[in-house]
Design a protein around this ligand. Structure first.
Ligand SMILES: Nc1ncnc2c1ncn2[C@@H]1O[C@H](COP(=O)(O)OP(=O)(O)OP(=O)(O)O)[C@@H](O)[C@H]1O
Length: 241
C-alpha cells in the first residue's frame, strides 16, 4: 500500500498551481516536498488531504481515491498546519484530550491517549501548562501531538519549524525522527538542513511540476553537486531554461 499520485492537476482560474503531478510515496516513507514560494507545495498537500478538489487527475492514498472516496482518505491522515490550533485557555493535556474526544474517545481513553502521546513526544512535564504560555517550539510539538491523536497512517507537516530557534528546531527534528518509519510523513519546508536531517526522499516542485525526485545522494550525483542548496538551485534553474 502506498500513495500513488497520477497526473494530479489544480488550476485556480487561469493559474496552474499543480501541473500533472505524478509520484509514488511508499508506506512509512519520510518524504520532503521542496520548492520556491508559489511552487505548488501547499496546494499539493491540500489536494492529497482532500481539503481541495483536483481539477483533473487523482491520487490513491493507501488504496482509496481522493476524488472517489475522500471520506475514507480523510480517516487515514492528519495535518499539522502552518497555523497551529491550540486552545489558549486549555492545558496541553486538556488540548489533547479535547481532540481525542472529538474523534470519539470516552473520558478515560482520551486521558490514556493524551498521556501516552505526551510521553512519546517528550512533553509530559508541560502537561499542565496553558496553551497561551507555550514557546513556539512547544506549540509545534503539541500541534503535532494533536495531529497524531487520531492515529493517522499519513501525517502532513507544512513547514513545521518556521520561526523556531536552533534548539527548538533540533528538538522537533528529534521528535520527528522518533516517528520516522512508523507512519508515512510528507513534509514541506524551505530549510534544506531539515531535509538532510529527516527525509528518505526528496521531490522538488517548480511552477506546479515535479522537476526532480530521488534520495539526497541520487540528486547530488545527478547534478554533480555536493550541497543540497546547490542541487536545489541547479535543478530549479534548469527547468527555467
Ligand atoms: N486559493 C487560491 N486561489 C488562487 N490562487 C491560488 C490559491 N492558492 C494558491 N494559489 C496559487 O497557486 C500557486 C501555488 O501556491 P502554493 O501555496 O501551493 O505554493 P507553495 O509552494 O506552497 O508556496 P509557499 O512556499 O510560498 O508556501 C501560487 O501561484 C499561488 O498564488
Amino acid at each position: 500500500m502506498e500513495i500513488s499520485i497520477n497526473e494530479l492537476t489544480k488550476t485556480f482560474k487561469d493559474r496552474l498551481a499543480v501541473d500533472h503531478l505524478s509520484l509514488t510515496i511508499r508506506q512509512g516513507e519520510f518524504f520532503a516536498l521542496l520548492g520556491e514560494n508559489g511552487a505548488g507545495k501547499t496546494t499539493t498537500i491540500k489536494l492529497l488531504s482532500c481539503l481541495l478538489k483536483p481539477t483533473s487527475g487523482d491520487a490513491i492514498m493507501l488504496g482509496d481515491s481522493i476524488s472517489r472516496n475522500p471520506q475514507a482518505v480523510k480517516e487515514k491522515l492528519n495535518i499539522s498546519p502552518q497555523e497551529t490550533a491550540i486552545a489558549r485557555n486549555l492545558t496541553v493535556k486538556e488540548n489533547l484530550e479535547f481532540i481525542a474526544k472529538i474523534y470519539g474517545s470516552d473520558k478515560e481513553t482520551a486521558e490514556q491517549k493524551a498521556n501516552s502521546l505526551m510521553e512519546k513526544l517528550g512533553i509530559t512535564d508541560r502537561a499542565q501548562s496553558k496553551g497561551r504560555t507555550l514557546s513556539g517550539g512547544l506549540e509545534r510539538r503539541v500541534s503535532i501531538a494533536m495531529a497524531l491523536i487520531s492515529e493517522p497512517q499519513i501525517l502532513f507537516l507544512d513547514e513545521p519549524t518556521v520561526g523556531l530557534d536552533v534548539r527548538a528546531r533540533l528538538d522537533l527534528w528529534e521528535m520527528l525522527l522518533e516517528l520516522k518509519g512508523h507512519i508515512t510523513i510528507i513534509l514541506t519546508t524551505h530549510y534544506l538542513e531539515e531535509v538532510e536531517a529527516l527525509a528518505d526522499r526528496i521531490g522538488i516542485m517548480h511552477k506546479g511540476k515535479l522537476c526532480a525526485l530521488g534520495t539526497l545522494d541520487e540528486l547530488k550525483r545527478q547534478t554533480r553537486q555536493n550541497k543540497l542548496q546547490d542541487v536545489f538551485l541547479q535543478l530549479t534553474a534548469e527547468v527555467e531554461k
